[in-house]
Design a protein around this ligand. Sequence first.
Ligand code: TYM
Length: 334
Amino acid sequence: MIDGKRILFSGMQATGTLTLGNYLGALKNWVSLSDEYECFYSVVDLHSITVRQDPAELRKRARNLLTLYIAAGLDPKKNCIYYQSHVSGHAELAWILNCFTYMGELNRMTQFKDKIAKHSDNINAGLYTYPVLMAADILLYQADVVPVGRDQLQHLEITRDIAQRFNGVYGEVFTIPEPYVGKAGARIMSLQDPTKKMSKSDDNLNASIFLMDDRDAIIRKFKRAVTDSEAAVRYRDEQPGIKNLIEIYCACNGRTPEEAEKEFEGRGYGDFKLAVGESVADVLRPVQERFHELIRDKAYIDSVIKENGEKANYYAGKTLRKVQKKVGFPERIR
Ligand code: TYM
């Protein structure tokens, strides 16, 4: 608890351009939860270097992402929006937690298996221990809740296991975090292959809606979305393309799948796809406008980075000192 409020932590990678999946699965929920909790939202640049990055590009993307958090509606006076690399406690705690994590557990991580298949030329230890760093992110702030898309649930489970194991040895050091997954949008699928999740790194540009896509591009991509020959807007597993579009539609305008089915009963896919494209464009437009305004205000963004970086370091330091003492590191002489 901080000032009587429960604590929330979440983060995103600054690799690639954010997709509609990142927005509907995570960022949108962050905004809706931000009044209720004391929130920490990190741009997780330490995680990004598990795959090769161009340094200038990574720096630029990290700044864009931090700005996008604000543009999406997170007030940096109330929410701690910061770079993971500015708080050394993440890496320090990750090391300690590495010593409380079994290789057998890490071997089971599906994201690791996917990543090594994709980056077979660079299977580094960072990719392998990625979930431990993620556990450190969360536990460092004693987070009660972690809003994520469904693809991150396995990492949340290992975080809880590591925390419980540590607490089992040293007493109640860490809060055990709960995942928060929104009702709609928790797993947005590719528009070209609805059996795959929508991803920043998809080679097919029509497969993903990017947060900065303009209205025409958004509508064009939805027009081309892969569907089926059933000619019925129904929310069911047998029609994965249409199901995904309904999911997106509902996440954008708060309707239920039943309401969407009723609205488009007897109407063609063309009408439906256009309506989905328009609701997505309407949701993204204000975020894009605000982003373009904010990114020009260098002094303001710099002040957010500085003030929130200090705040994050303060809370991270408190947990880290406690953990260091518990495991037996000598106290500092001041
Ligand atoms: P990342 O950067 O891949 O994704 C950021 C968030 O977006 C969600 N997401 C999706 N949700 C629905 N449909 C999709 N197609 C989709 N694609 C992505 C993700 O679930 C995530 O919530 N390891 C994390 C970043 C991270 C983190 C953390 C998250 C590092 N430390 C601590 C929470 C807490 C990652 O790579 O997310």
